[in-house]
Design a protein around this ligand. Structure first.
Ligand SMILES: Nc1ncnc2c1ncn2[C@@H]1O[C@H](COP(=O)(O)OP(=O)(O)O)[C@@H](O)[C@H]1O
Ligand SMILES: Cc1ncc(COP(=O)(O)OP(=O)(O)O)c(N)n1
Length: 268
């Protein structure tokens, strides 16, 4: 079985962060491990508090995993602070996992800063050059490039700029577009388009975490990058189609559909 690691924050409500990543890993049949960077007090209505884990404890978690277990792919989510970013980058340069998927989490859908504003530059300088693929949504791509992005053409231009910062490939996600939820990737040679019809639902908590964890699982399972992304796009589309309401706000996507489907069991 392939072994996959998420380095991310905890979402107490289970829709995003470490919890979404581990659910996604299980649904893909890979063995999930986690290095927790921060604990958030969060629900479907918002983020209410964050406690960062110390850089020393993050380093210890990474050492514990990498000195014992062969890791097939790593996903990075919420990284919170400059020192958190620096220690993660240092350890990944030391242990050199084959695939690193960077989800440059900055602000939650509810508007809370999950990345300290002064840590944006560190994320760009330390983590982008390590990325097999980086998966910004439109607001994140705008912060990284300093440009406004609202069209497919502007997404392509942003992908070229972000690629020039050192990522092997870039996937600019179209979840925040007005029309279709089409994503575009660029690997330094060509663009690939992942078409998605917009699903009319408010329950999209954890879409970015789920997509990046699905890509990570597929890379661990030895899919070439474009296939890893297109399978992940199918997974997130199904997960959004089967999302549901819990709580009073933005509900989570559903992670078990593909398992039920494979087993021929009717979704409940
Ligand atoms: N309403 C929707 N219908 C269909 N696909 C969506 C919808 N919202 C987001 N997506 C898709 O979910 C994935 C995550 O994108 P996005 O929501 O932009 O990420 P983030 O959670 O980082 O903001 C992308 O593939 C995007 O196209
Ligand atoms: C702990 C934690 N990490 C990441 C996020 C962001 O999740 P994402 O899937 O990008 O989008 P929203 O869930 O915020 O819509 C988070 N909320 N919490």
């Amino acid at each position: 079985m392939k072994k996959v690691l998420t380095i991310a924050g905890s979402d107490s409500s289970g829709g995003a962060g470490i919890q979404a990543d581990l659910k996604t890993f299980s649904a893909h049949g890979v063995f999930g491990m986690s290095v927790i960077t921060a604990v958030t007090a969060q629900n479907t209505q918002g983020v209410f508090a964050v406690q960062d884990i110390t850089p020393e404890m993050i380093a210890s978690q990474l050492d514990a995993i990498f000195t014992d277990i062969e890791v097939d792919a790593v996903k990075i989510g919420m990284v919170s602070q400059i020192d958190t970013i620096k220690v993660i980058a240092e350890k990944l340069r030391q242990y050199k996992p084959k695939h690193i998927v960077v989800d440059p989490v900055m602000v939650s859908k509810s508007g809370y800063d999950l990345l300290s504003p002064d840590a944006k530059e560190a994320l760009i300088q330390e983590l982008i050059p390590l990325a097999t693929v980086i998966t910004p949504n439109l607001p994140e791509a705008e912060v990284i490039t300093g440009r406004n992005i609202s069209t497919l053409k502007e997404m392509e231009e942003a992908a070229i700029l972000i690629h020039s910062l050192g990522a092997k490939a870039v996937l600019v996600k179209g979840g925040h577009l007005e029309d279709d939820a089409t994503d575009v990737s660029y690997d330094g040679y060509e663009f690939t388009y992942y078409k998605g019809t917009r699903i009319a639902t408010n329950n999209t908590h954890g879409t970015g975490c789920t997509l990046s964890s699905s890509i990570t699982s597929n890379l661990a399972n030895e899919c070439p990058l474009n296939e890893a992304i297109s399978k992940a796009k199918e997974y997130i589309t199904l997960a959004i189609q089967h999302s549901f309401s819990i709580g009073k706000g933005v509900g989570p996507v559903h992670h078990f559909y593909s398992m039920y489907q494979k087993a021929g069991i009717q979704h409940v």
